[in-house]
Write a protein that binds this ligand. Structure first.
Ligand code: ZN
Length: 279
């Protein structure tokens, strides 16, 4: 089974994460398959807008930290930067190389896709799942969707693509991170993190109606407009801010590796869920 599906619906390309049995946990195979699909959508002159979806009940449970398909030790042909491969390196060097490529680097690369992208979010959108939704230009959520970044439980200050204080007000971002609580779609709408909240059974129709409306605009106009807003975000410190936090993120991984079972403080999906349920 392919981990990412690609289809065309008129002027809209649909890229679908397809590991529903693991709530679309993102392993490296999925990362590179997503990159392949986005590249294809950009190269196709008939495609005017791109929808990113997740198969099944949930958009994404985050990075793969415990399925049988976890592949953090595997080499892939790198796309996001020229940093050397993480495989065969030790400690922080390996982690920094890997996360620079598959997390921060890939997300930044996808944010720069010169066509409008819409995340269509249902169910869980957790930690690494946030990064995939956040790199999209627009987010349409169903009323059962929720967002959470619980990685502070691992002693880590948020996921690698640290957009938090740019996609929501800083004080809300602190609460979101300090508590690890689920933010319901309605609240995410109130703070400006998602564009629309719609009933679950209307999610697809609403998302595609929006994508088709956008697709009627001229291609270059859309690309320049996207660049204009992204540049404004970067002038508000987003790019440099993320670089600085990436250093803190890796300090936390290194501290965990030095003082606990591993760089994730010995946490796995089971213990993360137990910690969330106990709170
Ligand atoms: Zn990390």
């Amino acid at each position: 089974m392919t981990v990412v599906r690609y289809e065309r619906r008129g002027p809209v390309a649909v890229v679908t994460m397809n590991r529903p049995e693991y709530r679309n946990a993102q392993n490296s195979a999925m990362t590179y398959a997503l990159d392949e699909a986005f590249y294809r959508a950009v190269a196709d002159d008939e495609v005017k807008a791109i929808v990113l979806a997740g198969e099944g009940k949930h958009f994404s449970a985050g990075h793969d930290i415990g399925t049988p398909g976890r592949d953090a030790h595997v080499s892939f042909e790198r796309r996001a930067g020229l940093w050397w491969d993480h495989v065969g390196k030790e400690g922080a060097e390996s982690r920094f190389a890997r996360e620079s490529e598959v997390y921060l680097g890939m997300c930044r690369r996808w944010r720069e896709i010169p066509k409008p992208t819409i995340a269509m979010v249902q169910g869980a959108c957790i930690a690494g799942g946030l990064m995939l939704a956040w790199v999209c230009d627009l987010i349409v959520a169903s009323d059962d969707a929720f967002f959470a970044d619980p990685v502070v439980r691992m002693g880590i200050p948020g996921v690698e693509y640290f957009a938090h204080p740019w996609v929501m007000p800083p004080r809300i971002a602190k609460e979101f991170l300090f508590t690890g609580d689920r933010m319901p779609a309605r609240r995410a709408y109130e703070v400006g993190m998602v564009n629309r909240v719609v009933p679950r059974d209307e999610l697809e129709a609403e998302t595609f109606a929006l994508a088709e409306k956008i697709a009627a605009m001229p291609r270059l106009g859309l690309a320049l407009t996207k660049k204009a807003v992204n540049q404004a975000e970067d002038l508000q410190g987003m790019h440099a801010g993320m670089d600085s936090v990436f250093g803190l993120h890796h300090l936390a991984h290194a501290h965990n590796a030095e003082t606990s079972a591993d760089s994730l403080a010995g946490m796995d999906p089971k213990s993360m869920k137990a910690a969330a349920d106990g709170s």
